[in-house]
Design a protein around this ligand. Structure first.
Ligand SMILES: Nc1ncnc2c1ncn2[C@@H]1O[C@H](COP(=O)(O)OP(=O)(O)OP(=O)(O)O)[C@@H](O)[C@H]1O
Ligand SMILES: [Mg+2]
Length: 326
């Protein structure tokens, strides 16, 4: 089987002896959307920079469409597009000028570049803003422009480093739609890094979780979730210390002034826990139950949480159940 991205034992040690990558292996097929997930400093950007030939690895090999990232750097650069983590578009140019400037780096003729630029601007609903200075764009508009700047030379593979970081939920959803469209309509292979678990779950065919420079687990969102056999119960209580003493026989720990308990079949098993606490006069202020999710996958394999907002509905459901049980 040939892979469009084929990485073996990639390592990167930055000066100061900082080991950013400790042996990464990746095999990604054409047309896949691969999500690279991990906390701050895990090594995501370092991986992207190496695979897009911006920096060199300390050791290991990587092939992009069969081209070696160092020996065939030129060929690699032609078939990849990069949307880096930091915004790259020039504020003092218009959207169109940014695209035409970018095409000049690829020796695309001006006329052809303008044509291509119009198509791309249309794709991300920026056509009406094409001749406005980027300094007048909103954050979401800039990110969309960033996305198409990475596409101007029609690459086969697009590397997106945190393309939705800091965007509001609505704008993020729109970005996902564009990214999905790129795969569906234009047959692109997409390598995307993100902090947003929900994003990875919706968008990606496969996910690799990286932590401290190592991929700790890899699989489809469903495969990863089914590897977790516990639910997470999170409690906000008035007396944390006292509550923890009462929960000594449970798999409970504290995090950011909350209690996190891992239990199986929370539908059945959460009520006795809550009752134990309320019987001892512990006031429970808030409850959140999470079925196996990428957050619990992350917790299982890294020992840490990586979570976003929670469902109000779950909380209300549990509160109603407690009231009934009293
Ligand atoms: N140029 C550099 N010199 C020295 N250390 C670096 C350099 N770039 C990154 N690092 C370190 O390498 C590690 C991995 O960084 P990297 O930027 O790849 O992480 P990341 O997963 O992209 O994080 P984030 O989610 O914050 O973007 C971190 O410890 C970081 O401090
Ligand atoms: Mg990064």
């Amino acid at each position: 089987m040939d892979y469009i991205i084929d990485v073996e034992d990639l390592r990167k040690v930055y000066s100061g002896n900082i080991e950013a990558l400790k042996g990464i292996n990746l095999k990604i097929r054409k047309g896949e959307i691969y999500g690279f997930l991990g906390p701050n400093g895990a090594g995501k950007t370092t991986t992207v920079k190496i695979l897009t030939t911006i920096i060199k690895p300390t050791s290991g090999t990587a092939y992009i469409s069969g081209y070696h990232i160092i020996k065939n750097q030129k060929e690699v650069r032609k078939i990849i597009g990069l949307v880096p983590q930091d915004l790259t578009v020039d504020d003092d140019l218009t959207g169109m000028e940014n695209l035409v400037l970018q095409s000049s780096f690829y020796n695309i003729k001006r006329e052809e570049a303008r044509k291509k630029a119009i198509d791309l601007l249309e794709l991300v609903d920026l056509k009406d803003a094409a001749d406005r200075l980027v300094s007048t764009y909103s954050g979401g508009m800039r990110k969309r422009l960033d996305l198409i700047v990475g596409l101007i030379h029609d690459p086969d593979i697009l590397f997106l480093d945190e393309p939705t970081l800091g965007l509001d939920v609505q704008t993020r959803t729109r970005m996902w739609e564009y990214i999905e469209l790129l795969r569906k309509e234009f047959d692109k292979t997409i390598f995307i890094t993100t902090h947003y678990l929900e994003e990875a779950e919706k968008l990606c065919d496969r996910i690799g979780i990286i932590d401290h420079g190592k991929i700790v687990v890899e699989g489809s969102p469903d495969e990863l979730k089914s590897s977790v056999d516990f639910d997470l119960v999170e409690l906000d209580v008035d007396n944390l210390q006292e509550a923890m003493k009462i929960l000594v026989n449970f798999d409970a720990e504290t995090r950011e002034n909350k209690i996190i308990i891992k239990i199986r079949d929370s539908e059945k098993n959460v009520l006795p826990i809550l009752k134990t606490l309320t019987d001892k006069s512990i006031n429970i202020k808030r409850i959140h139950i999470e079925k196996p999710s990428l957050n619990s996958v992350f917790l299982k394999y890294t020992g840490r949480e990586m979570r976003e907002g929670e469902s109000e509905e779950d909380i209300m459901k549990t509160m109603r159940a407690i009231r009934r049980a009293r």
